[in-house]
Ligand binder design. Sequence first.
Ligand SMILES: C[S@@+](CC[C@H](N)C(=O)[O-])C[C@H]1O[C@@H](n2cnc3c(N)ncnc32)[C@H](O)[C@@H]1O
Length: 466
Amino acid sequence: MIQIKAERPRTEDIARMDTISLIAKYDRAVPRYTSYPTAPHFSTAIDGGVYARWLRALPEDAALSLYLHVPFCASLCRFCACHTTVVNRPEPLELYGITLMAEIDLVADVIGGHRAVRHIHWGGGTPTQLPADTMLAVMRRLRARFDVAPDAEIAVEIDPRTLGDDSLTVLAAMGTNRVSLGVQDFDPNVQDAINRHQSLALTEDCATRLRSVGIDAINLDLIYGLPYQTTAGVIETVRQALGLKPSRAAVFGYAHVPWMKKHQALIPDASLPNTAERFAQRQAIEATFLAHGYTLIGLDHFALPDDALAQAAAGSRLRRNFQGYTTDAADVLIGLGASSIGAVPQGYIQNHPGVPAWRDAVRDGVLPIARGVALTDADRARRAIIEQLMCHLTANPFEIAADSGIDPADLADAEPALRNLETDGLLERDGHRVTVTGRGRPFVRTIAAAFDCYLARGTARHSVAV
Ligand SMILES: C[S@@+](CC[C@H](N)C(=O)[O-])C[C@H]1O[C@@H](n2cnc3c(N)ncnc32)[C@H](O)[C@@H]1O
């Protein structure tokens, strides 16, 4: 008779089983907290008239940042959750640039003066889908209407598959000093499934061309949780990506939201890694970056220690805004372009998402706001707690509440969730201070959600938490 000896589970297997049960317990969709309140809680009560009053009330010395949204791409990636459409004809692209310049004039007239700007971010979509001379003209208009600091960060999101030489020249002429290259994954099977074919050689060539015109600060965007991705595959992608010597990488969990982005329905559910696999991929990516000298920033960014983001994190100066983790400390973010979101001390505002409605409003001389939210003191307190947890993994809700002029007892609704998270070892408390543990770090969105008083009453659907 053969005797089968039961093997004792290894310590790492116990830890893995433990993690899987934690993921199952906290497998609830939560926001990414690039704002608080989050965009689903904006309302049409905030319009261009309210925004104009808010802009006029800005202090003379308020530092400004600018975000320009270009909602066009050359082709559609099936995974994409961004606000963009496929447009290749030059006419609508040129018209978009002309409207952007009119919007810049409109906003600059309302704010008044020649305000200092320290950060400009071009996002999309794909900003370089605009004709090169259009992009340059928009940038010139910005410099004419605002006082762009000589050392301002000028960052542009790039699709390496479509960066023409004319755009490359213009990026340099615009003073671009940081770019993010969309990569996602180098595995051809994954690329087939997401309709994004992009070889390592092409991406390398794009990075080399950018460096040849003096743009050295290169960020990469990677995604885990994509169709057919495996843990071994994402490790290989990171190894290849490391060869490009990025100063930063943003590693997003694939947000599968086919109820909002219909084209994502082309990705079969069965091809998607489950939550435990997503978690394993995320952990493997983290281990690979850390092994190569990168620092983990907040939830999902990696940076070389001498990069400004790593230094901001080390100096507790890291911030979070609509672009994710940032060194940008400005209290005023002016959004320009269809669907862009801005932030001023009084609240958040979002431009009309559709290009025609945005263009019509600008043509009529009206700030093209579709919706927004005015912040209460309680919102400000909760926002500060959530931002500090997302950025520094620690916050003192009691002190923040007191500083914001609200009664700390008003945050009592967070208590049941915090107790649960503490029992599961995801956070620790020292007096009033809440600190995310190493085990809790991948769950930081869930921990931040304890302080989100809109989440329970909202009907918005979000992507999964890990
Ligand atoms: C606005 S896109 C700009 C990238 C550029 N258009 C390109 O194609 O390379 C910025 C990044 O958002 C991320 N992204 C877009 N859709 C996503 C989704 N559904 N889930 C997670 N990340 C996503 C991708 O990493 C992408 O590179």
